[in-house]
Design a protein around this ligand. Structure first.
Ligand SMILES: Nc1ncnc2c1ncn2[C@@H]1O[C@H](COP(=O)(O)OP(=O)(O)OP(=O)(O)O)[C@@H](O)[C@H]1O
Length: 240
């Protein structure tokens, strides 16, 4: 699904947090939204998911204004927020069924789709375990599976790997890339970790509410005359 963000601005009180952001997301591609803590990534996610009300600018989903057609847009978005949002006492499957019901899926449809997602994530045998028994990486997988139940075209992930060890972070990142490739899913992956970004990704670098770079990782490195994305990030944001 194509997304166009046009001249987006947002203030908390009198403090400007997003400043005239404009960019597009290409259907079926993995986009990394890279920014240090406090850059404005979660605020941008809040606007894309309508948790925050639009103040300035426009969001277009498939060319249509989100403000005018909010329900249609929301049906096509799956989101994984920074904080884990599963009920720890419900089983994995119950968490999925509940979410599916919110999206209006029948119980049978929900069960079929849920089991398919769990199988894809290697978690089907854990379906009847309370989420509390799962490790952090597996809980994140369940959240992604849940976000995909209603078959969205756009998947938003806000610092999805926070709190995970290096191996789980890598596995999760690779899993989402595979989804993007195999399912033609448009992905926006917000992170402050440069190692989660690749040179052939579409990369958006956000710093203090401004977009400092937008292009493939390679193109951004070339533009800034940097050896790698880590150096580019440091040159542009001063962050390590
Ligand atoms: N509810 C709020 N009220 C006032 N200021 C806020 C609020 N939420 C965020 N901010 C401020 O807005 C700025 C951007 O925060 P935001 O959470 O969007 O950034 P971020 O890039 O997601 O960072 P992090 O990864 O640390 O969450 C920060 O300076 C933050 O302190």
């Amino acid at each position: 699904m194509s997304i166009d963000v046009r001249h987006l601005g947002f203030d908390y009180g009198t403090t400007p947090v997003l400043k005239d952001l404009s960019f597009s997301l290409t259907p079926g591609r993995f986009h990394a939204l890279l920014g240090p803590n406090g850059a404005g990534k979660s605020t941008l996610f809040g606007l894309l998911t309508r948790l925050l009300a639009l103040q300035r600018g426009e969001l277009l989903f498939e060319g249509q204004s989100m403000a005018r057609f909010p329900a249609q847009a929301m049906r096509r978005i799956g989101v994984v927020f920074q904080q884990n949002a599963l009920d720890l006492d419900l089983t994995v499957r119950q968490n999925l069924l509940y979410h599916a019901a919110l999206h209006g899926l029948s119980r049978k449809q929900a069960r079929n789709r849920g089991d398919r997602e769990l199988e894809r994530f290697g978690l089907l045998e854990r379906a009847n375990d309370p989420v509390r028994l799962l490790n952090g990486g597996h809980r994140r997988r369940v959240e992604i599976a849940r976000a995909l139940l209603h078959h969205p075209s756009l998947l938003l992930l806000d610092e999805a790997t926070v709190g995970l060890d290096v191996a789980s972070r890598k596995a999760l990142n690779e899993h989402v890339r595979a989804l993007c490739r195999d399912e033609d899913l448009t992905v926006l992956w917000a992170t402050h970790l440069i190692e989660e970004v690749r040179r052939d990704d579409q990369v958006l670098i956000l710093h203090q509410g401004q977009l400092l770079a937008n292009g493939t990782g390679q193109a951004i490195c070339d533009e800034t005359g940097s050896r790698d994305l880590s150096e580019t990030f440091h040159v542009l944001t001063g962050a390590g």
